[in-house]
Design a protein. Structure first.
Lengths: 343, 343
DNA sequence: TTGAAAGCGCTAACAA
DNA sequence: TTGTTAGCGCTTTCAA
């Protein structure tokens, strides 16, 4: 095997008959190049199948062409939730064609590890910016990242006190409105809402949206309890809810994971779903279609959200050629867990 | 804000009173340094909270301190399977403390994108090596990565034709033996095995192991069909299996995803699980504990497997200080889907 | 509008 | 055993 020297900016410059700095300018879409020169350079780069070395760019103080995603959750949740896989696949669909990489960090441990991870990734210049998932109430990550000077995009709605410029919301109201009507029409009068962790903004938003939608639809006031978003907690909440005489006729959960676990527990206790107690989730994870009964849910397009977040971050990083794809509002997906009738 | 110059190898060298090359040697655990000098240097590095810049190391031709994980599967499967989340969390537990990053690429598209991804990651020197998941029959990735000169570790057993040096197996036989006994003792005589995609090595291994274990336990020959590992296919296979008069009394699926979907479909058709038909999965994903009935399954410790794969790769990359943690053999986890009796 | 040159932080070959 | 030095490939002043 011959000693294959790697293609560098030098080769491209030579082929195009220009200087290396011209090539750099052309590749980074900068001003001050004759259109013809630019074209010639891009053609040469394509011919040689060359693109700038991320390591060299990083070292020089420019972009690393990589974005960071730090996910910190308990090990159970992490394993459980297909949520992130879909989100990541969506982000990838925007990043990969632009030769951006994704640095993933899954932390199943403490908070301290989280900020340390952000610090290190920034300090080592491994990433140009971050995608933050799951907006928290009084989110400490914003201040940290501003202090680190790292650009970021938040998936979700920032809490009122947080001044975050770049956000992305998938409106819960649309789906909740349809859900409320669906439940009221079905004649449900005792409704339990099992929300997620109290430190997440969307826990509040979904709960509020549901309560408002229910009111608008002329339905009853829902009873509300909180759970930790994991299956164990959902089971506990379900068991307690069904143990009383005035038990709910429908339980709406803050996500699909809890809804599936809740429906399972209800059945274990001898209740038929949905005849004795109906069940509703949120997210529309694929899993909801596998179980029996299939789970009625409020769908959000996580793939689109992931793509939009990545696009917004790239724009934030200065790539104005990226369009931020629209994120559709949530919709109701009616399945067996609210409609099945085995007569 | 003052102009915070970043800490570099120079500062550490100055503090320790040595040259920069000495610092480099100390940090990379190389020979030819007096023990005292080494100690002094490491102390200085710790004091300044410094570690080498990955970008500079990469550019210099040394390690990037990052490993790649390319996952290519259909979008449905990708979203569905908690499998990868656990594996990744396990890998992280080894990589993060050693300041290694993980570059993740989720491809929901064609094969061509896969090899292109490996090529680019290697060419851009974004990663020092790869973790490959899911050993395939006549796996084309081995040749590609050898050609690219990229070190890698395969999770799973290589197919016989593939000469792959670095592998990691979680033995299926142990769990299958216990499963066979469990089923035979329960008196099952008509057994269906629904295996995964035919191009995966573990599809064959699990199927063989199950058949052998069943024979050893004095059980009947299982009937065998294949599915695509996704929920839709599992449902189809289940429907067909239960449509005939001589229907199986237990269906063993190649993974938990299929088992859950299969159990759901059986119930939808009016069969009780496990009274009319029992169900068994493989993997022991958290999900299996949420549904009703909970899914009996052969457990493999995916977290440990991910950690072991990362450790093996780091050793392959020359970090001999990493111990490869042992991966326990599979075990049987008996749950409701084979035992519940509602009398 | 274009090109020359300096240097980002590190490692390894070589010299002392 | 330790230090000196020459780049790795790129971007960005600055000068032409």
């Amino acid at each position: 095997m011959a000693s294959q020297r790697r293609t560098t900016i030098h080769d491209v410059a030579a082929l195009a008959g220009v200087s290396r700095s011209a090539v750099s300018k052309a590749m980074n879409g900068q001003e001050g190049l004759a259109p013809g020169t630019r074209k010639k350079i891009l053609a040469a780069a394509a011919t040689l199948d060359w693109s700038p070395s991320p390591a060299a760019s990083t070292l020089r103080g420019s972009r690393s062409r990589s974005v960071g995603l730090v996910i910190s959750r308990g090990p159970d949740l992490l394993a459980a939730d297909a949520f992130f896989a879909v989100l990541i696949a969506g982000a990838e669909s925007v990043l990969a064609p632009r030769r951006y990489g994704l640095q993933l960090h899954l932390l199943s441990t403490a908070q301290s590890a989280e900020s340390e991870t952000y610090r290190q990734l920034t300090r080592d210049r491994r990433v140009d910016g971050f995608i933050l998932t799951e907006s928290r109430i009084r989110d400490a990550r914003f201040e940290l990242l501003r202090e680190l000077g790292a650009p970021f995009v938040l998936i979700g709605e920032p809490w009122q006190d947080d001044r975050v410029e770049h956000i992305l919301v998938s409106d819960a109201m649309a789906g909740m409105r349809d859900l409320a009507q669906h439940l009221v029409q079905a004649g449900h009068r005792r409704i339990l809402y099992v929300g997620g962790p109290e430190d997440l903004v969307h826990t509040l938003r979904r709960r509020e949206a549901f309560a408002r939608a229910l009111e608008d639809a002329g339905g009853p006031l829902p009873r509300v309890v909180s759970a930790a978003f994991d299956a164990k907690d959902a089971r506990r909440a379900t068991r307690e809810a069904l143990a009383v005489p005035e038990r709910p006729t429908v339980i709406v959960y803050g996500n699909d994971t809890m809804a599936i676990a809740g429906a399972g527990e209800a059945q274990r206790l001898g209740f038929r779903v949905p005849e004795d107690v109906a069940v509703v989730g949120y997210d529309n994870l694929p899993m909801g279609e596998w179980v029996y009964p299939t789970i009625t849910t409020v769908a959000q397009d996580l793939h689109a959200i992931g793509a939009a977040a990545a696009a917004a971050l790239l724009r934030e990083l200065g790539d104005t050629s990226v369009e931020i794809p629209p994120v559709a509002p949530s919709t109701l997906v009616i399945r067996e867990s609210t409609t099945l009738d085995r007569a």
